[in-house]
Design a protein around this ligand. Structure first.
Ligand code: ZN
Ligand code: FE
Ligand code: FE
Ligand code: FE
Length: 161
Protein backbone atom coordinates (compact mmCIF):
# COMPACT_ATOMS: atom_id res chain seq x y z
CA UNK A 1 0.00 0.00 0.00
CA UNK A 2 1.39 3.34 -1.03
CA UNK A 3 -1.47 5.83 -1.13
CA UNK A 4 -4.37 6.86 1.07
CA UNK A 5 -6.63 5.34 -1.58
CA UNK A 6 -4.88 1.95 -1.13
CA UNK A 7 -5.27 2.23 2.61
CA UNK A 8 -8.93 3.26 2.24
CA UNK A 9 -9.62 0.21 0.06
CA UNK A 10 -7.89 -1.99 2.60
CA UNK A 11 -10.13 -0.55 5.34
CA UNK A 12 -13.25 -1.19 3.26
CA UNK A 13 -12.28 -4.84 2.78
CA UNK A 14 -11.58 -5.20 6.49
CA UNK A 15 -15.02 -3.77 7.30
CA UNK A 16 -16.65 -6.03 4.72
CA UNK A 17 -15.06 -9.05 6.39
CA UNK A 18 -16.11 -7.80 9.83
CA UNK A 19 -19.75 -7.32 8.77
CA UNK A 20 -19.82 -10.72 7.02
CA UNK A 21 -18.56 -12.45 10.15
CA UNK A 22 -21.16 -10.64 12.24
CA UNK A 23 -24.00 -11.73 9.98
CA UNK A 24 -22.98 -15.31 10.74
CA UNK A 25 -22.53 -14.72 14.48
CA UNK A 26 -25.45 -12.48 15.46
CA UNK A 27 -28.23 -15.11 15.12
CA UNK A 28 -26.50 -17.22 17.79
CA UNK A 29 -26.09 -14.18 20.04
CA UNK A 30 -29.76 -13.22 19.65
CA UNK A 31 -30.71 -16.79 20.37
CA UNK A 32 -28.83 -16.79 23.68
CA UNK A 33 -30.44 -13.55 24.95
CA UNK A 34 -33.28 -14.08 27.43
CA UNK A 35 -34.57 -10.54 27.83
CA UNK A 36 -37.03 -9.87 25.01
CA UNK A 37 -35.83 -6.30 24.40
CA UNK A 38 -32.23 -7.45 24.22
CA UNK A 39 -33.12 -10.26 21.83
CA UNK A 40 -35.02 -7.75 19.69
CA UNK A 41 -32.06 -5.35 19.71
CA UNK A 42 -29.76 -8.09 18.40
CA UNK A 43 -32.29 -9.15 15.76
CA UNK A 44 -32.73 -5.55 14.59
CA UNK A 45 -29.02 -5.02 14.43
CA UNK A 46 -28.63 -8.22 12.39
CA UNK A 47 -30.97 -6.73 9.76
CA UNK A 48 -29.03 -3.44 9.85
CA UNK A 49 -25.78 -5.36 9.52
CA UNK A 50 -27.02 -7.04 6.33
CA UNK A 51 -27.71 -3.56 4.91
CA UNK A 52 -24.29 -2.36 6.03
CA UNK A 53 -22.66 -5.20 4.14
CA UNK A 54 -24.70 -4.27 1.04
CA UNK A 55 -23.59 -0.65 1.38
CA UNK A 56 -19.95 -1.75 1.41
CA UNK A 57 -20.59 -3.88 -1.67
CA UNK A 58 -22.11 -0.84 -3.44
CA UNK A 59 -19.16 1.33 -2.44
CA UNK A 60 -16.68 -1.25 -3.74
CA UNK A 61 -18.67 -1.55 -6.98
CA UNK A 62 -18.43 2.21 -7.37
CA UNK A 63 -14.66 2.07 -6.81
CA UNK A 64 -14.42 -0.96 -9.11
CA UNK A 65 -12.73 -3.14 -6.54
CA UNK A 66 -13.70 -6.42 -4.92
CA UNK A 67 -14.74 -6.18 -1.24
CA UNK A 68 -13.31 -9.64 -0.65
CA UNK A 69 -9.81 -10.84 0.10
CA UNK A 70 -9.28 -9.68 3.70
CA UNK A 71 -10.07 -11.36 6.98
CA UNK A 72 -10.72 -9.00 9.85
CA UNK A 73 -8.72 -10.79 12.53
CA UNK A 74 -9.96 -8.44 15.23
CA UNK A 75 -13.59 -9.34 14.55
CA UNK A 76 -12.63 -12.98 14.48
CA UNK A 77 -11.14 -12.54 17.94
CA UNK A 78 -14.12 -10.59 19.27
CA UNK A 79 -16.53 -13.26 18.05
CA UNK A 80 -14.39 -16.05 19.43
CA UNK A 81 -14.32 -14.26 22.79
CA UNK A 82 -18.12 -13.98 22.69
CA UNK A 83 -18.43 -17.70 21.95
CA UNK A 84 -16.17 -18.59 24.87
CA UNK A 85 -18.20 -16.35 27.15
CA UNK A 86 -21.43 -18.06 26.05
CA UNK A 87 -19.96 -21.40 27.15
CA UNK A 88 -19.10 -19.97 30.57
CA UNK A 89 -22.27 -18.04 31.45
CA UNK A 90 -23.94 -19.78 34.40
CA UNK A 91 -27.44 -18.29 34.24
CA UNK A 92 -29.70 -16.11 32.08
CA UNK A 93 -28.99 -12.87 33.93
CA UNK A 94 -25.25 -13.25 33.59
CA UNK A 95 -25.67 -14.32 29.98
CA UNK A 96 -27.61 -11.15 29.11
CA UNK A 97 -25.25 -8.81 30.95
CA UNK A 98 -22.21 -10.50 29.40
CA UNK A 99 -23.66 -10.53 25.88
CA UNK A 100 -24.09 -6.77 26.17
CA UNK A 101 -20.47 -6.41 27.30
CA UNK A 102 -19.23 -8.46 24.33
CA UNK A 103 -21.53 -6.75 21.83
CA UNK A 104 -20.40 -3.31 22.99
CA UNK A 105 -16.79 -4.25 22.32
CA UNK A 106 -17.87 -5.21 18.81
CA UNK A 107 -19.79 -1.95 18.26
CA UNK A 108 -16.85 0.12 19.49
CA UNK A 109 -14.56 -1.69 17.07
CA UNK A 110 -16.93 -0.93 14.20
CA UNK A 111 -17.30 2.70 15.30
CA UNK A 112 -13.50 3.05 15.13
CA UNK A 113 -13.40 1.43 11.69
CA UNK A 114 -16.21 3.44 10.14
CA UNK A 115 -15.02 6.68 11.75
CA UNK A 116 -11.69 6.23 9.99
CA UNK A 117 -13.33 5.21 6.71
CA UNK A 118 -15.60 8.29 6.68
CA UNK A 119 -12.60 10.55 7.22
CA UNK A 120 -10.55 8.90 4.46
CA UNK A 121 -13.51 9.08 2.04
CA UNK A 122 -13.84 12.81 2.71
CA UNK A 123 -10.11 13.38 2.29
CA UNK A 124 -10.23 11.51 -1.04
CA UNK A 125 -13.17 13.60 -2.23
CA UNK A 126 -15.68 10.72 -2.32
CA UNK A 127 -18.61 12.62 -0.88
CA UNK A 128 -21.29 10.12 -1.83
CA UNK A 129 -19.29 7.25 -0.36
CA UNK A 130 -18.58 9.27 2.78
CA UNK A 131 -22.30 9.77 3.40
CA UNK A 132 -23.01 6.07 2.92
CA UNK A 133 -20.32 5.21 5.45
CA UNK A 134 -21.62 7.90 7.79
CA UNK A 135 -25.05 6.27 7.71
CA UNK A 136 -23.53 3.01 8.90
CA UNK A 137 -21.44 4.83 11.49
CA UNK A 138 -24.65 6.40 12.88
CA UNK A 139 -26.26 2.95 13.09
CA UNK A 140 -23.28 1.56 14.97
CA UNK A 141 -23.45 4.43 17.49
CA UNK A 142 -27.16 3.84 17.83
CA UNK A 143 -26.73 0.09 18.39
CA UNK A 144 -24.15 0.82 21.08
CA UNK A 145 -26.44 3.39 22.70
CA UNK A 146 -29.35 0.95 22.84
CA UNK A 147 -27.14 -1.66 24.51
CA UNK A 148 -26.05 0.97 27.02
CA UNK A 149 -29.63 1.77 27.91
CA UNK A 150 -30.58 -1.88 28.28
CA UNK A 151 -27.63 -2.48 30.59
CA UNK A 152 -28.27 0.60 32.70
CA UNK A 153 -32.01 0.19 33.01
CA UNK A 154 -32.26 -3.37 34.02
CA UNK A 155 -29.96 -6.12 32.98
CA UNK A 156 -26.92 -5.32 35.09
CA UNK A 157 -29.10 -4.95 38.21
CA UNK A 158 -30.75 -8.27 37.58
CA UNK A 159 -27.33 -9.88 37.29
CA UNK A 160 -26.28 -8.56 40.73
CA UNK A 161 -28.73 -10.72 42.67
ZN1 ZN B 1 -5.95 -5.69 7.52
FE1 FE C 1 -21.82 -3.21 11.42
FE1 FE D 1 -10.37 -5.36 11.22
FE1 FE E 1 -22.71 -3.10 14.54
Amino acid sequence: MKTLKDLFEHQLKDLFSAESQLIDALPKVANKASDSKLKKAFENHLEETKEQKKRLQEICDELEISPKGETCKAMKGLISETESFIEEAGNNEIMDAGLIAEAQRIEHYEIAGYGTAVRYAKELGYDNIASKLQKTLDEEYDANGKLNKLAENKLNKKAVS
